[in-house]
Design a protein around this ligand. Structure first.
Ligand code: NDP
Length: 444
């Protein structure tokens, strides 16, 4: 059995009931075959792949808090510190009822390579809880966040592990967590990113993941002699990534015609009204059914359906495994030319293969959505310097990072004979840097 197959089999055996983690490991290791096969003896002797797929540390803890009725609730908190070869652990905190150890491990594993691709000194980690902020009062969210941070604070720090936001963790949650960390530790340090602008946050961090996604798509199209101008785009999700992807796509001359949430989706033939979307999601925290009140020409549909619309570009920006083989077939039948992942692992493995086989340019999340964590790292730099950079400065650094990232993954794919396969390119480019750092640091 090849070393890659052996390690995949071990991961499945040793981590039962964690299908998302298996999926992420398979996707990465399969595409690294060409590199691993060429170094099989040395990698096997050093148990390099076993060390890469096993987190350095995983923490699971109880999070008790009191709801508005005086009832005690208990959630489970997680932090997986996956790999610190190139810098302090860095990765978001997801608050969603679907969170379990396998989900956090898949996200943490992906994060190692994503962070490496940014070119910045950040290791990979991820955390969160099965707590659902939806429908909770601000006081309940604060009670949860304070209890969560009381335990998490023992394991994080500005030079060790710097969490950020993710699904369900926005500015409000980061604020409550930061306040509790400061109170417990008595230090004001950049221990979290995605902070508010009045207490150490970075301008352009809110926009960064969505903007970065469009910067990389724009660069890819340019390199293929094309442009975003005049393209029709389907976006899924209506959260942080989806909103700012929509905004930047429209600034660059494309028309975004869909957004979605967990209950339904909107089709707006005139192009999504970003101001209305922001008001519904960021201010009112309401459902997308409201969108029709702002745009009578639009359609609201229950359930799933974004990928059935005829578009040139599809940007999945909601959650994992939201674009499956049937969706990929519908997109291809409608003539889609590019798919880029704003969310983490939104495309199933068979859907990815189908898109690639049918000549669709496909940029995986670890490259396409790396703008968020890259700007988080820029927030860390500003905190260390005790300075704040202007929006334009951060945005222009973000753009440079995404343009370089595109060329990095494109070059890696070409170097190994997989021209145009950005999945292989991203995995190899991310992996090589981490392996180099791990080898330099000995068996740790
Ligand atoms: P948000 O919580 O702001 O938004 C998530 C959106 O996706 C919401 O519209 C939500 O709908 C929808 N959604 C969530 N879960 C599901 C589900 N199970 N089925 C259908 N729809 C769902 O999160 P973000 O925008 O921050 O994150 C979106 C994705 O991008 C995630 O995969 C995240 O890991 C990834 N990402 C985020 C980064 C960031 O900087 N924020 C950085 C890199 C990656 P509803 O409101 O109805 O739940």
């Amino acid at each position: 059995m090849s070393y890659v197959d052996e390690v995949i089999a071990k991961v499945i055996e040793q981590n039962p009931a964690e299908p998302e983690f298996h999926q992420a490991v398979k996707e990465v290791l399969e595409s690294l075959r060409v590199v691993v096969d060429a170094n099989e003896e040395a990698f096997r002797k050093d148990a390099l792949l076993e060390r890469i797929v096993n987190p350095e540390r995983q923490i699971k803890f109880r999070v008790p808090w009191v709801d508005d009725k005086g009832q005690v609730q208990v959630n489970t908190g997680y932090r997986v510190q996956f790999n610190s070869a190139i810098g302090p652990y860095k990765g978001g905190l997801r608050l969603h009822p679907s969170v379990n150890l396998g989900i956090i491990k898949f996200l943490g594993f992906e994060q190692i390579f994503k962070n490496s691709l940014t070119g910045l000194p950040i290791g990979g980690g991820k955390g969160g809880s099965d707590f659902d902020p939806k429908g909770k009062s601000d006081r309940e969210v604060m009670a949860f966040c304070q209890s969560f941070m009381t335990e998490l604070s023992k394991y994080i720090g500005a030079d060790t592990d710097v969490p950020a936001g993710d699904i369900g963790t926005g500015a409000r949650e980061i604020g409550y967590m930061f306040g509790q960390y400061k109170r417990l530790k008595g230090v004001f340090e950049g221990v979290l990113t995605g902070k508010g602008l009045t207490y150490g946050g970075s301008l352009a961090r809110t926009e960064a993941t969505g903007y970065g996604l469009l910067y990389i798509v724009d660069e890819m199209l340019k390199c293929h002699g094309d442009t975003l101008k005049g393209k029709t785009v389907a976006v899924s999700g209506a959260g942080n990534v989806a909103i700012y992807a929509t905004q930047k796509a429209q600034q660059l001359g494309a028309k975004v015609v869909t957004v979605s949430d967990s209950t339904g989706w909107v089709y707006d033939p005139d192009g999504i009204d970003v101001a209305a979307l922001k008001e519904i999601k960021e201010v009112k925290r309401a459902r997308l059914t409201e969108y029709k009140n702002y745009r009578p020409n639009s359609e609201y549909h229950d359930g799933k359906g974004v990928w059935t619309v005829k578009v040139d570009i599809a940007l999945p920006c909601a959650t994992q495994n939201e674009l499956n083989l049937d969706d990929a077939k519908a997109l291809v039948a409608n003539g889609v030319m590019a798919v880029a992942e704003g969310a983490n692992m939104p495309t199933t493995l068979d859907a990815t293969e189908y898109l690639q086989k049918n000549g669709v340019y496909f940029i995986p999340g670890k490259a396409a959505n790396a703008g968020g964590v890259a700007t988080s790292a820029l927030e860390m730099s500003q905190n260390s310097e005790r300075l704040s950079w202007s929006f334009e400065e951060v945005d222009s650094k973000l753009k440079d990072i995404m343009v370089n990232l595109y060329h990095n993954i494109d070059d890696a794919a070409k170097k190994y004979g997989f021209e145009g396969n950005y999945v292989v390119g991203a995995n190899i480019a991310g992996f090589e840097k981490v392996v180099d750092a791990m080898n330099a640091q000995g068996i740790v």
